[in-house]
Write a protein that binds this ligand. Structure first.
Ligand code: UDP
Ligand code: MG
Length: 314
């Protein structure tokens, strides 16, 4: 049996928290009586500096039933940090932790399949949305563009996977070696490695309250994803510099030909060529400097260089 913890970040969720808690409690009771999880498994809410009654509801829940626990952050630090706080606090207590949003838009019935895969040896099980019919066209379009652009930019993420996933104790411990402060969890978890699998589910609409992820925060998250996982944008500058410089070489040849055949206004060729050549060289130089900055950047993250999965000794 697995000692399963749930990590649920909450920011101003007073409208939905009680409802979510009772659904989760039901689910946990069924799983406990079915002998799937131990009776000391917990449901943990992380209050991300809410300004409403979220924390007092969490306290009440905890008093009513010790299956509910709460972690309160000193101020609002954003969904990713709240989730990280939960995962890192719980990693020593649980066999496995599932992270899920407080609005339960992700299907809690996927817990069973996640658990099954975990018991069959997976250390990370990603929840993947099967379709996006309940989303508005705008949300669907922006969200899918988000995954595609991220992958193009070198931040490898699992398509249509948000932060609904199961991680084993071992995976969480490995993950805790990633000390960086700019975090984009769904891009970082795959870096850990170990055996992983996906579980597909249908995502529901938010029942109450409103999305805490308006477009502005989504864009910020996407930008965080690219810049904290990849130095690809710097490479693009280098490539652009090389292209511009190549164009300038072609222009030089072209203007020399025009010069010798006398069809150019005097001064035109030399001015134009130098503008392109200097521009290209500057971009190239910035790209090269950027390449070193990129290296420094990756070094400062001090990521683990390897994680040993097994060692057959003696
Ligand atoms: N959340 C958080 N801190 C924030 C913003 C959001 O902990 O600063 C939590 C929120 O309570 C919810 C989850 O992150 O549990 C996802 O937010 P939401 O459901 O609003 O996002 P959406 O599903 O619309 O993308
Ligand atoms: Mg939501």
């Amino acid at each position: 049996m697995t000692k399963l913890y749930l990590a649920i970040p909450c920011y101003n969720e007073e409208e939905i928290l009680r409802d979510s808690a009772s659904k989760l409690l039901n689910k946990y009771n069924t799983m406990m009586s079915g002998g799937k999880i131990t009776s000391d498994s917990k449901i943990v809410f992380i209050d991300d500096g809410s300004k409403d009654r979220t924390w007092s509801i969490i306290k009440q829940l905890h008093e009513e039933n010790s299956i509910f626990q709460g972690i309160k952050l000193s101020r609002n630090r954003g969904h990713q940090n709240a989730l990280l706080a939960g995962l890192m606090t719980l990693k020593d207590k649980a066999d496995a932790v599932i992270s899920i949003d407080a609005d339960l838009q992700d299907d809690i019935n996927a817990f069973d399949e996640m658990l099954e895969k975990y018991e069959n040896g997976c250390d990370v099980v990603y929840g993947v949305r099967s379709k996006r019919e309940t989303d508005t066209f705008f949300k669907r379009f922006t969200a899918e563009a988000f995954y595609k652009i991220l992958n193009r930019m070198g931040a490898k993420v699992i398509f249509n996977h948000a932060d609904f996933r199961l991680m084993s104790k071992r995976a969480l411990e490995a993950f805790s070696l990633y000390k960086e402060t700019n975090i984009f969890l769904r891009g970082m978890v795959p870096l850990v490695g170990y055996k992983s699998d996906i579980v597909t589910y249908e995502r529901f609409e938010r029942l109450a309250g409103e999305s805490k992820y308006p477009l502005k925060k989504m864009l910020a998250l996407a930008w965080e994803g690219v810049t904290s996982l990849s130095i690809q944008p710097i490479r693009m500058i280098t490539a652009l510099g090389a292209i511009v410089f190549a164009i300038s070489l072609i222009m030089i040849i072209y203007s020399l030909i025009s010069f010798f055949f006398g069809s150019a206004v005097s001064g035109w060729a030399s001015t134009l060529c130098s503008i392109w050549a200097i521009g290209g060289l500057q971009l190239l130089a910035i790209g090269i400097i950027g390449e070193y900055i990129g290296k420094i950047y990756l070094e400062t993250k001090a990521r683990p260089r390897f994680i040993v999965e097994e060692y057959l000794d003696d």
